[in-house]
Design a protein. Structure first.
Length: 108
């Protein structure tokens, strides 16, 4: 969606992408937990105990959000695709003028 918005700067584009990602990730995480716990497991949306009882939706959502808060930075740090790209850049930089790649190929 963000690529159809015609932002004037690349920064504006990436801010828009980030906002949409954050909203969609929150909705996906919240509603998946909600539907799994309340509707499927507890027998319906009208059961008030399904929301606030011990081990119910609120505690499950808290656990999911805390886990996401810790795992997201860790998985970003250990992004092996990024490390492979850095290694490929280093290898091409080591070749210097003997590298046969174009700039577009080197950055892809």
């Amino acid at each position: 969606m963000a690529k159809y918005e015609k932002r004037s700067t690349l920064t504006g584009y990436y801010v828009s992408v980030g906002e949409k990602l954050a909203i969609s990730m929150f909705i996906n995480t919240a509603f998946t937990t909600f539907f799994a716990k309340v509707i499927v497991e507890k027998g319906g949306i009208n059961n008030i105990e399904a929301y606030f009882a011990e081990g119910a939706v609120v505690s499950n959502m808290l656990f999911v959000f805390i886990t996401n808060g810790f795992l997201s930075p860790i998985l970003t740090y250990f992004d092996f695709a990024w490390y492979k790209k850095l290694f490929d850049r280093w290898r091409q930089a080591k070749k210097g003028d003997n590298s046969k790649l174009t700039q577009a190929q080197a950055n892809s």
